[in-house]
Ligand binder design. Structure first.
Ligand code: TRP
Length: 456
């Protein structure tokens, strides 16, 4: 066997660091910004249930599959997939997983950086006490005026992209490891503080019910597709980000248990964000379906009313920006690692080039909130289209291919070697293999086909 013990990019220094890096990638705008607003748009409880089903039956099994391809191949996805395919006697054609992933990562990074820029802008607004004792109307207007200023947005977008380039250019695990150790626990504590505040509101029960009361009538095929797409987005699956991180995972770390931790923490953070936001929505008679601005229209209002809100508010948006940062670098890493391996250029050169291209494309998203807001296709702006195409089409498609590849084409001896070592197959191994080979691909296919059929 040609198994490689290490990668040219280095390895994570411990299991804990791998978990931190993967959680850093998974926990991001998807949890704090996107999950609440799509839950609001698609009506709450039934959507949340569907999302949890997809995390369990699609997300978790596919995350295991991604990590094990990465760790077996020990390179960027574009190189790991064909290496594992070769070892398994399968077609090189599977490399398409790597290429599609690179494209999706690039597209996501472009708009992700724009939204992360909003969070940076809000650090400033909160730190200067703009929202103290202000009305819902004031807070909403503040957000609208940010969207109306392409220059301001582009400025913050640029700053965020520079931050990403700085980390990835140095190599993901230098520098990043220290930052993550501090940041992740702090983010968690701040979310708990916010949920604590929401608990004091009379509308807490209403917010809770909105998240957890299942109303099946509200579950359209759109909603199901979006819930599934989001389970990929929030766990960073389908494009090879977790595969790239898996390539740096020490060989003795148990993959299965680690994945449960990552998915569990990610889901908890999303639900906490929902519990922090929706009571504030209802306490101020705001609409839960406010769209992408939801986070920015609600939490500043809560901070404006709580004691110490200026400090906690600024700190909270710092955390949002940091969470976005540790996610965004995982969007860049697979492509950068590939360019470095292919000897085309050095790591810093590759990072600057790709970061610059994604930054340029991001300007399209910036404009789609103002000058280009009327420029739509299927009723969607440039930003909406990118978001929809990546999260709901490209990621599920990538995930489908990964599940089929590992479930049906990768030699089982290799799979067992990574997951079990020398021990005999356990019940959980068999269950995982069954779900990955049959249930996950069928569910993804059924949901995408159902959506397409209703579209035409
Ligand atoms: N998971 C991140 C979030 O929830 C976004 C993200 C980072 C991502 N890397 C990814 C999404 C790779 C898909 C694929 O904000």
């Amino acid at each position: 066997m040609t198994q490689q013990k290490t990668s040219i990019h280095g390895l994570w220094s411990s299991r804990l660091i791998f978990i931190l890096a993967a959680v850093g990638s998974a926990v991001g705008l998807g949890n704090i910004w996107k999950f609440p607003y799509i839950t609001g748009e698609y009506g709450g409880g039934a959507f949340v249930l569907m999302y949890l089903v997809c995390i369990s039956l699609v997300g978790i099994p596919i995350m295991v599959a991604e990590i094990l391809i990465g760790r077996r191949g020990r390179q960027s996805p574009i190189h790991s997939v064909p290496a594992v395919a070769r070892e398994s006697g399968a077609s090189r054609g599977w490399t398409v997983i790597g290429w599609m992933g690179a494209l999706a990562g690039f597209l996501i990074l472009s708009f992700y950086s724009v939204i992360a820029g909003w969070a940076l802008a809000y650090v400033g607004y909160l730190a200067t006490g703009d929202f103290e004792q202000q009305s819902a109307e004031f807070v909403t207007n503040q957000f609208s005026s940010l969207l109306a200023s392409p220059w301001t947005m582009a400025g913050w977008h640029s700053l965020f992209m520079i931050l990403c380039i700085l980390v990835v250019a140095r190599g993901v695990h230098r520098g990043l490891e220290q930052a993550l150790r501090l940041m992740m626990p702090l983010l968690f504590i701040l979310l708990l503080v916010l949920v604590g505040y929401s608990l004091t509101l009379d509308s807490f029960g209403q917010g809770f019910a909105f998240l957890f009361q299942f109303n099946w009538n509200k579950l359209s095929s759109d909603a199901i597709l979006v819930a599934m797409g989001h389970s990929f987005f929030t766990l960073s699956l389908g494009l090879g980000a977790i595969m790239a991180y898996g390539a740096y995972m020490p060989g003795n770390v148990p993959i299965g248990r680690t994945v449960f931790w990552i998915a569990g923490i990610d889901t908890t953070v999303a639900l906490l964000a929902g519990l922090a936001i929706f009571p504030v929505v209802f306490a101020n008679s705001m609409a839960p379906d406010a769209g992408p601005g939801l986070l920015f229209k609600t939490l500043p209002l809560a901070f404006g009313q709580m004691p110490g809100g200026t400090f906690f508010g600024a700190l909270f948006f710092v955390m949002v920006a940091l969470a976005a940062w540790s996610s965004a670098i995982s969007l860049l890493e697979p492509m950068v690692a590939w360019l470095v391996e292919a000897d085309h250029m050095s790591r810093p050169q590759a990072t600057v080039l790709l970061g610059l291209l994604a930054w340029l494309l991001g300007l399209g998203s910036v404009l789609s909130f103002n000058h280009w807001s009327d420029l739509t296709l299927f009723g969607k702006t440039f930003f909406d289209l990118l978001d929809f195409l990546t999260a709901n089409i490209l990621l599920p498609l990538g995930g489908l291919l990964i599940a089929l590849f590992v479930g049906w084409f990768m030699r089982e001896a290799l799979v067992r070697d990574e997951l079990l070592g020398n021990t005999a197959p356990t019940f959980s191994y068999r269950l995982w293999r069954f779900v990955l080979s049959y249930l996950s691909p069928l569910l993804v296919l059924a949901i995408v086909v159902d959506f397409l059929l209703k579209l035409f």
